[in-house]
Ligand binder design. Structure first.
Ligand code: 1QQ
Length: 400
């Protein structure tokens, strides 16, 4: 009798989920989430609004479009599976910041002060986050970066979170592995000196190179929007480096790869997070072969979490293309935000902040995920190398 009862109860629990997806469109309950750790909320309103500020136009759209796709996918799953309760719908209000600091401030102000959102995802760039996040902090509203990797982001305040591994957590391991595999002794360093992320990436690269006793033969800089890098590359290449180490966003990263190769440079290029978009590989074609980049997530990870496998399937089915690291981080960010709202069982912004800060051992496409005490992510990075036009795990390619 007891057994029958428990079977019936399991059926009763499953019913709303299967009903939501309909007969033809049955899917399993998403593997992401705190389904058991945190009970189904009972006090949420019919609609819960969160904001998302991404670069959806201009050069930064190569990152922002993937982020928007991934957040929408997560929200659709969250609603279809009634993660926030039977009658609560999560709605995301997207704003385009176009990679521009002033636009990011305007978007944040609108979402937080006029639209009254519970919390905000984004903005895409660290430079936008440094401009706009103080607006969220002043309004005691959570903002969670899903691609901000510069040092110091969460130091803006206790409402500022990120699920994107900072360059400081990725680059040292990548440099150490690259140094071992390539036997690096001397490199040339090239970076954008007018962007918070590219400058921070440069500082982290420099410290990691020094840590590994790799000599820096020369340093060169550029500015956002530059299109001709020949003068700086000529100087760097003339010093005969074992590798070029570059901190740049996608548009400049692509041109730097193409122009370095056109100048006859055949050695390795090691890039920071800005290189992580498939668009960089597409636009630089065969010239990107051998590019080494550290990341937070890789499509070809030989040991993906189950939820990563499910995420890839869902994303490919929805968008007819493969997700990249930025999509994986944005998808995870949306689930983390929904989980904070679910566990808070409230739309009070401070309750949501406290619930988010308490998330640990969250099963996500990024792996088992926790926030540290400074609201930065804790999970393993992955060093990658471009082979046949795709980011592959470096360890796998090297047969380790
Ligand atoms: C930052 C980054 C960029 C590459 C995000 C797209 O890491 O601005 O922090």
């Amino acid at each position: 009798m007891k057994k029958l009862l428990s079977i019936l109860m399991v059926f009763a629990l499953l019913l709303p989920v299967t009903a939501a997806f309909g007969q033809d469109d049955m899917m399993e309950q998403p593997l992401v989430g705190f389904w058991e750790q945190c009970p189904t909320p009972e006090n949420l309103p019919e609609t819960v609004n969160v904001g998302a500020i991404f670069g959806l136009s201009e050069a930064v759209a190569v990152y922002g479009t993937a982020q928007q796709n991934a957040v929408q996918l997560a929200v659709d799953e969250i609603n279809a599976s009634h993660y926030l309760g039977e009658s609560t719908t999560l709605v995301v209000m997207f704003e385009d910041s176009a990679g521009n600091r002033d636009q990011a401030i305007a978007a944040m102000t609108k979402l937080v002060e006029e639209d009254g959102v519970v919390a905000v995802l984004g903005p895409t760039l660290s430079s936008e986050a440094f401009a706009a996040d103080p607006v969220a902090q002043e309004n005691s509203t959570v903002v969670m970066g899903v691609s901000n990797t510069a040092n110091g982001i969460t130091e803006m305040g206790d409402y500022v979170f990120r699920d994107s591994l900072p360059e400081g957590a990725v680059i040292p391991g990548t440099i150490a592995q690259a140094a071992e595999i390539l036997g690096l002794a001397k490199v040339g360093l090239f970076y954008g000196n007018d962007d918070d992320f590219t400058v921070s990436g440069y500082e982290v690269f420099k410290a990691a190179l020094e840590e590994n006793s790799i000599e820096i033969l020369g340093e060169e800089t550029f500015a956002k929007g530059d299109v001709d890098f020949n003068a700086q590359l000529t100087n760097l290449i003339a010093a005969e480096p074992d590798a070029l180490v570059v901190s740049a966003l996608a548009a400049e990263a692509t041109q730097i790869i193409l122009q370095a190769r056109a100048l006859g440079y055949e050695g390795p290029i090691i890039g920071g997070n800005g290189f992580n978009s498939p668009a960089v590989l597409r636009d630089s074609g065969a010239d990107s072969e051998g590019l080494i980049v550290g990341g937070a997530w890789n499509y070809g990870n030989p040991n993906p979490s189950e939820s990563s496998v499910q995420f890839v399937e869902m994303y490919e089915a929805a968008y007819e293309m493969s997700p990249d690291q930025f999509a994986a981080q944005a998808y995870t960010g949306a689930w983390l935000m929904a989980t904070a709202i679910r566990c808070a069982d409230s739309t009070d912004r401070t309750d949501v902040r406290d619930a988010l800060a308490g998330i640990a051992d969250f099963d996500s496409p990024l792996g088992v995920f926790s926030f540290d005490e400074d609201r930065n992510p804790v999970h393993d990075p992955i060093a990658q190398i471009v082979v046949e036009g795709k980011f592959q795990p470096l360890a796998l390619v090297m047969g380790e």
